[in-house]
Design a binder for this molecule. Structure first.
Ligand SMILES: Cc1cc2nc3c(=O)[nH]c(=O)nc-3n(C[C@H](O)[C@H](O)[C@H](O)COP(=O)(O)O)c2cc1C
Length: 373
């Protein structure tokens, strides 16, 4: 093991100057009735700005990008204004904040789409056993089975690439430090990567290079708008969420992507291990292989704790540690990790929905002591 790095000390990784190595992972909370970030969202993120870097919940890049009701967007002027509240609240506390740019592709339902149209995907293959959060046939808000998608035409793929770039430009206008493209968890970008879902015969299907083209074009379009040091991506190699089957060329696909992304000098790659979300773990040895392919900044999220993140950073497998669910009920997560204070368990029934309960009412450890004492 190398010498111990202080997780809680200020550091610069790549071009990011951070107050510590803890990252708040992106988490959809569905607290926006009109898609426009508001004061409650600003308070929620400010409460969690003990993190060196916050990555916001998945944020829609267009009106066809959604598969969950009440998520925020970043494609209208009002949404840009709303996000300014969030970015300034977080910056006041000395944290950095990226937004996660999201297109769900086929993981959506007709009730999430404009005029009730079919969701768009890399292909027309349906995620038959996956769920979106939309309206059922009685107009009730609930989990609904994903609808059959329509394959994007070649021209439309290029339009979605531009939607990513426009959202990236809006993000900078809204005060974000950068953007993370959502290339993980079975959503649109990963639907293109996976040859069991992507059956296209145009330049976006077939070889590894072709299946990676949409992702790299979206990255390049964002770089052209806001510069490489402000662009990042989240990836889930070997992930299975939303019915993405494993395929033969997973390692070679991610090696190609890692090398291409490194050439571009992006801010970071954010890997997620899906085991803590009920899907596959990253296979043994993958992180060491990935480190040889990608020499830039690596974040890993999924099942982290203080000891595990310390070990992974000290052995130089990752640079920053991402924490997800723990941040919901522990707004002062960094202080709890630093002081080895106990964690408040999450209440999963309150993860999504418009209610304020379970959103901005979680207490810090010290506040809990006052209440309990
Ligand atoms: C309520 C909730 C919402 C989430 N929403 C997103 C999301 O919008 N985008 C994303 O990439 N991951 C999302 N995730 C996954 C987290 O970013 C994180 O990777 C995952 O929870 C594993 O980390 P953990 O074990 O520390 O929770 C979500 C997780 C939770 C618990």
């Amino acid at each position: 093991m190398n010498s111990t790095i202080n997780l809680f000390a200020p550091t610069t990784v790549g071009t990011l100057a951070l107050k510590n190595r803890i990252v708040m992972a992106p988490m959809t909370r569905a607290r926006n009735f009109d898609g426009i970030p508001n004061d409650n969202n600003a308070l929620y993120y400010q409460q969690r700005s003990g993190a060196g870097l916050i990555i916001t919940e998945g944020t829609a890049i267009s009106n066809t990008a959604m598969g969950v009701l009440h998520i925020p967007g970043l494609y209208t002027a009002k949404q840009v204004e709303g996000w300014k509240k969030v970015t300034s609240a977080v910056h006041q506390k000395g944290a950095k904040i990226f937004t996660q740019l999201w297109h769900v592709g086929r993981v959506s339902h007709v009730s999430n789409q404009p005029n009730g149209q079919a969701p768009v995907g890399a292909s027309d293959i349906q995620a038959e056993n996956s769920f979106a959060w939309g309206y059922d046939e009685n107009g009730k808000e609930t989990f609904v089975k994903c609808s059959k998608p329509r394959a994007l035409t070649t021209e439309e793929v290029k339009e979605v690439v531009q939607d990513f770039a426009k959202a990236a430009k809006n993000a900078i206008e809204a005060g974000f430090d950068g953007v993370e493209l959502h290339g993980a968890n079975g959503y649109l970008i990963e639907q293109f990567l996976n040859p069991m879902i992507n059956n296209r015969t145009d330049e976006y299907g077939g070889t590894i290079q072709n299946r990676s083209r949409f992702l790299l074009e979206a990255i390049d379009a964002c770089i052209a708008e806001i510069g490489a040091s402000k662009v990042a991506i989240r990836l889930t190699p070997y992930g299975g969420m939303h019915e993405l089957p494993h395929y033969d060329e997973i390692d070679s696909t991610y090696q190609y992507l890692a090398e291409e992304l490194y050439k571009r000098g992006i801010a970071f790659i954010h890997l997620m291990d899906q085991q803590s979300r009920g899907s596959y773990a990253l296979p043994d040895g993958f992180l060491s292989r990935f480190r040889t392919w990608y020499k830039g900044v690596i974040i890993l999220a999924g099942g982290m704790n203080r000891q595990k993140s310390q070990e992974l950073i000290d052995t130089n497998l990752i640079d920053l540690a991402g924490f997800g669910e723990d941040f919901i009920a522990n707004p002062d997560l960094v202080e709890r990790l630093k002081n080895n204070w106990p964690m408040t368990p999450p209440n999963r029934a309150l993860h999504y929905g418009l209610m304020l309960e379970g959103y901005i009412d979680w207490k810090t450890y010290e506040e809990e002591q006052l209440v309990n004492g």
